[in-house]
Design a protein around this ligand. Structure first.
Ligand code: RM4
Ligand code: MN
Ligand code: MN
Length: 432
């Protein structure tokens, strides 16, 4: 029996109050879709099956390089974080797994973390390594890089950390390791551009060789800049693809939506990675300038839709051996992280639902006759459809809340945990 941290009676009462209105809205939507030849129930089933992992670091308040302003009741350790993630799953029913980051989350035995996850109805997604910071007592510094460092001993230490992350992941029942590498240079001439990349690939090969079995994935992130502003070792999808291809079948590229220059056509990158058989996963978020880590779909929901449109199209064409893993990767600086994650999971499912509504036969016909206006309109028509009742109905049927943020506020969960969790201090900057 799953332990619920919010009294199910609160969710039930809230759903009762909103139930009649939802039933009417859902019926109206089903009618609209049926006129278009779309079975609303079939879309609902597909949307309900879409699972998005949440990052353990996302439930804490993030910050900028300048400051962090923590809210009340911040999680202090991995067990607090699991509780907040369980609340998100209880209300939203879209996020059944948590992604851990090491060493940030290695404050406890993995067996007890796994057991607590089970009690709360949570599983574990990809584990994340961290060689972008030094930890207290660490033998060698990552100041000048880690997996691509000029010194083989530093590289060996970074490889060993990643291998340790894999065994932690194994203990949790995870099946993937995600590597985001901060390595690079801040000055022209600081490092040898070609050799740094070769060293990185060689290190990743050693990590890949430590994966437990064929079902495991090694997800490689790329990022255009920061903290290496002159030249990042894995700075774009091209470098990432080269690395994934050099390393082998289990290595795949991970597209973090925020890791691109503004106005980059990310859906085109997605299409290319699918064609190469190397799209392993996503870190969903939104951004204005760079790795802002804003809530998914909060700035440009149309772009999120266009990304999902590629995924739905690829699934329909059976263009991949497995669907990419989805995760949120956001920094919540001015909102309650639980609310942001609930709304972001909803945004992802919304984009997926809208993409499922695209009339692909009509789109293909428009493309074949170069009917540009109607091709674009075919996409926009799907995007304009308000699928809110479908998302709410999916949650309700799964035992979640019709309006998850409304139910969350009613529950006073934040106030309750703030009474027993020590107040976190805001001093010092920090990215997450
Ligand atoms: C990076 C990257 C990684 C995340 C860290 C915290 O920019 O997105 O996925 O682990 O931030
Ligand atoms: Mn990321
Ligand atoms: Mn990032």
């Amino acid at each position: 029996m799953t332990e619920h941290l919010i009294d199910p009676g609160i969710v039930e009462a809230h759903n009762r109050r909103n139930g009649d209105e939802l039933a009417q809205d859902y019926e109206a939507l089903a009618g609209t879709l049926s006129r278009r030849g779309i079975d609303c129930e079939a879309i609902l089933a597909r949307v309900s099956a879409l699972e998005i992992a949440v990052p353990s670091w996302g439930v804490g308040t993030g910050g900028t390089r300048f400051a962090r302003f923590p809210g009340p009741g911040e999680p202090a350790d991995i067990f607090d974080k699991l509780e907040d993630c369980a609340v998100i799953q209880q209300l939203g029913r879209a996020t059944p797994r948590v992604s851990l980051h090491f060493p940030w989350d290695d404050t406890a035995e993995m067996a007890s973390v796994k057991a607590r996850g089970e009690e709360l109805g949570l599983g574990f997604d990809a584990v994340n390594s961290n060689t972008f910071q030094d930890r207290p007592g660490q033998k060698l510094s990552y100041k000048f890089g880690s997996l691509s460092h000029v010194d083989a001993e530093v590289r060996a230490q970074a490889i060993a950390h990643n291998v340790d992350c894999i065994s932690r992941g194994q203990a949790l029942g995870a099946r993937a390791l995600t590597i985001w590498l901060a390595d690079g240079s801040n000055f022209a001439g600081q490092s040898h551009l070609a050799q740094a990349f070769e060293r990185y690939v060689e290190s990743v090969r050693a990590i890949e060789a430590a994966l437990p079995d064929e079902s495991w994935r090694l997800l490689l992130e790329y990022k255009n800049f920061e903290p290496a502003f002159y030249a990042t070792v894995v700075q774009d999808w091209g470098s990432c693809l080269l690395a994934a291809q050099a390393v082998g079948r289990r290595a795949r590229c991970l597209v973090d939506l925020g890791h691109h220059a503004p106005s980059t056509n990310i859906e085109l990158i997605v299409a290319r990675l699918i064609a190469a058989g190397k799209l392993g996963g996503f870190h969903l978020n939104d951004s204005r300038f760079g790795d802002d880590d804003l809530d998914a779909g909060s700035v440009d929901p149309f772009r999120l839709f266009l990304v999902f449109n590629e995924l739905v199209d690829a699934a329909a064409r059976k263009a991949w051996d497995e669907a990419p893993a989805l995760m949120l990767d956001q920094s919540h600086n001015v909102t309650d992280p639980i609310e942001s994650l609930l709304l972001s999971a909803d945004a992802a499912r919304r984009a997926h639902a809208q993409a499922l509504l695209v009339d692909r036969v009509q789109l293909a016909a428009c493309q074949a006759r170069n009917d540009v206006a109607m091709a674009a309109e075919t996409l926009r028509r799907a995007y304009r459809t308000d699928v809110t009742p479908l998302l709410a109905e999916a949650r309700r049927r799964a035992g979640g809340a019709i309006d998850p943020v409304g139910a969350y506020r009613l529950s006073s969960y934040r106030k309750t945990v703030a009474a027993r969790r020590p107040q976190s201090t805001g001093s010092g900057g920090g990215i997450v």
